[in-house]
Design a protein around this ligand. Structure first.
Ligand code: ATP
Ligand code: MG
Length: 591
């Protein structure tokens, strides 16, 4: 499909991201013959995180919207850190988010082509082997305002470089002894042009190419050519690559010239466009940092529900639609920003409101005895699964004389404004009767030796259930939830709090490191980690929950959104708290 200026409505135009505007401009100018091709290029050195979801949404989204294709390209040029476990996890996460790649490619597919191109560039005098140490090369780089110093090996004969380049890949060359550099301009104000490194010696096998290579190409020498060879039209990436773009373009030009391709370059070069990274308060992204949390046992693996990984978010109970709706809300800009976690939570709450099944669970239980309801008798009610979606149907809940209710729903000396239970107070039990506690505190509660309330007494007011004579009786009190003691199940509830106590962990960790002799890794992180990020509770839940499957979205009414953890079994139910019902919490405290 070709989108032209004429067939875009004003409404659509207004809501276009700047990336989409660029794509539409290129289409309007007839670039690439109206073809759109993007790629998502993760390095398989860890699991994808919420930041990647933003890149995925635009890479796949643009292709989908303009009838193009998006390929998945594993950026596997660094065999030291990469693993097939990560490749499989990346594929699973992209599919879960609802996207499908056209083809899957690997940067390692191009190792031979990249090598041949490098040989050609050496022959053309555009690259040379440098035998200096990395420290020497670093010292010669100069600063953005001061030119660098040319390497003494810069003008060595082509034959020498060719022979040494072969040596670099022989397996006999010690890593660090020499590198292949592009011969560009040591005085260029763009530091990336100061003879960037194209190849380094690693002497290690690659999980895809085996022992074939010992010297491996660098990211900057790889990415642009892969895009170009694959026919990528729009190469979308994050803002830190802005300063790399001229080098990206130069290597594409060199690849094109080496192939004696005389077509005008501007017409069909991959166009790199940069957008802002996703950055959220109270979380730390970057696979390198997340790996530290996993390795140090701060969390229970990459899919721990406290992790900002896609698999962690999935296990926590956020839906792909909820995550994508948040990404849509924050949009794509040219400026780095820190988005509030509350904005994310509000987006996922809106989404869960539409899909979560409403159930009853009592997290901090105390017993309530309905003294005028016969022992041994059971009533069965029909509960609506989801008021937002009739198609979700109904289920049955049982009512009996002894119930569990939340301890917070009763107060011994309740003030007038407290609209839940206390001596003389009335509330409605969700789906059931209106009840009233005795006026006299002695008749109202039973306490244990420690003075703790172990039982609350109340009477039901007859015919106050839905459809009965007194069902419309007006009371001041609220509706509270409950489960029947004889018809409920015990469950493990995992309540998560934020992992990081500071709003901007990245800055906090960096500042701490600076103040403490450059300590790194977990030592610099520990002071900011929340020691109470996981609270495990025993709860009573209604029996119907036995039938729910791992990953089902639930709302524990008045408590929060929860989901069924994959650890859950019918004999040991486990639920994760996805997100709290903020508004209900305000109501619950009676304020
Ligand atoms: P990390 O530092 O977490 O490993 P990365 O940028 O090294 O991230 P890659 O696997 O190289 O991760 O990235 C794949 C794609 O995802 C790139 O195009 C990158 O720009 C994008 N990306 C990574 N982090 C974010 C983020 N926070 N927001 C948006 N896009 C991101
Ligand atoms: Mg990376």
């Amino acid at each position: 499909m070709t989108v032209t200026e004429e067939n875009i409505t004003n409404e659509e135009k207004r809501s276009l991201s700047f990336v989409e505007q660029i794509v539409e401009q290129d289409l309007a100018e007839g670039k690439n013959g109206g073809r759109i091709q993007t790629r998502f290029p993760p390095e398989p050195n860890g699991y994808l995180h919420i930041g990647h979801a933003k890149a995925i949404a635009i890479d796949f989204g643009v292709a989908r919207k303009y009838g193009g294709v998006c390929n998945l390209r594993m950026d596997d040029t660094n065999p030291q850190k990469e693993d097939t476990e990560y490749v499989e996890a990346i594929k699973k996460d992209i599919e879960w988010l609802g996207f499908k790649w056209n083809n899957i490619y690997y940067a390692s597919d191009y190792f031979q082509q990249l090598w041949d191109l490098a040989v050609e560039l050496i022959k053309e005098g555009k690259a040379y082997v440098d035998e200096q140490t990395s420290e020497e090369i670093r010292q010669q780089k100069g600063t953005p305002t001061q030119p660098g110093i040319e390497s003494p090996y810069r003008n060595r004969p082509v034959e020498e470089s060719l022979a040494l380049f072969e040596e670099m890949n022989s397996g006999r060359m010690e890593p660090g002894k020499m590198v292949l550099r592009a011969k560009i301009d040591m005085a260029n104000p763009n530091m990336h042009f100061r003879d960037p490194i194209m190849y380094r010696v690693l002497n290690m096998p690659h999980w895809r190419t085996g022992n074939k290579w010992n010297a491996y190409p660098m990211y900057d020498y790889t990415h642009g050519q892969c895009d170009y060879w694959e026919g990528v039209t729009h190469s979308l990436c994050t803002l830190e690559f802005v300063s790399h773009r001229p080098l990206y373009d130069l290597f594409v030009d060199w690849a094109k010239q080496a192939a004696h391709d005389d077509q005008p370059l501007d017409d069909n070069r991959p166009r790199q466009t940069e957008f802002n990274k996703l950055n959220l308060t109270h979380i730390l992204l970057s696979k390198r940092n997340l790996l530290i949390l996993v390795k140090e046992g701060i969390v229970n693996g990459w899919d721990d529900p406290r992790m900002p990984t896609i698999c962690g978010f999935r296990r926590r109970g956020y839906s792909p639609e909820g995550i994508l709706s948040f990404i849509d809300k924050i949009g794509y800009t040219k400026f780095d920003a820190l988005n509030q976690m509350s904005l994310f939570e509000s987006a996922v709450r809106d989404d869960l409101n539409k899909r979560a099944l409403r159930v009853s669970a009592v997290i901090n239980p105390v017993k309530l005895v309905i003294t005028n309801f016969p022992e041994g008798k059971t009533e069965v009610y029909t509960a609506i699964n989801n008021p937002e979606n009739e198609a979700d149907g109904t289920h049955e809940i049982e009512f009996s004389r002894e119930l569990w209710i939340e301890r917070e729903d009763f107060m011994e000396d309740a003030p007038k404004k407290f609209l839940r239970l206390g001596p003389g107070k009335q509330v409605r039990l969700k789906n059931s009767y209106i009840i009233q506690c005795p006026e006299n505190i002695e008749d109202c509660v039973v306490k244990n030796e420690d003075g703790e309330i172990v039982e609350i007494h109340a009477e039901l007011i007859p015919e106050t259930k839905t459809g009965e004579a007194n069902c419309n009786m007006k009371i001041k009190g609220k509706t509270i939830h409950w489960v029947s003691c004889n018809h409920c199940l015990e469950a493990e509830v995992r309540n998560y709090d934020r992992l990081w106590m500071v709003e901007n962990p990245r800055d906090a960790v960096a500042a701490y490191s600076e103040e403490h002799d450059g300590v790194r890794g977990i030592e610099a992180m520990r002071p900011f980690l929340n020691p109470n990020s996981l609270e495990i509770k025993k709860a009573y839940v209604e029996k119907w929950l036995e039938t729910r499957k791992p990953m089902d979205y639930l709302q524990f009414q008045r408590v929060g959104y929860y989901n069924v953890d994959p650890d859950s079994t019918p004999s040991h139910l486990v639920f994760n708290r996805t997100v709290q019902l903020t508004d209900t919490w305000k109501k619950m405290s009676g304020k």
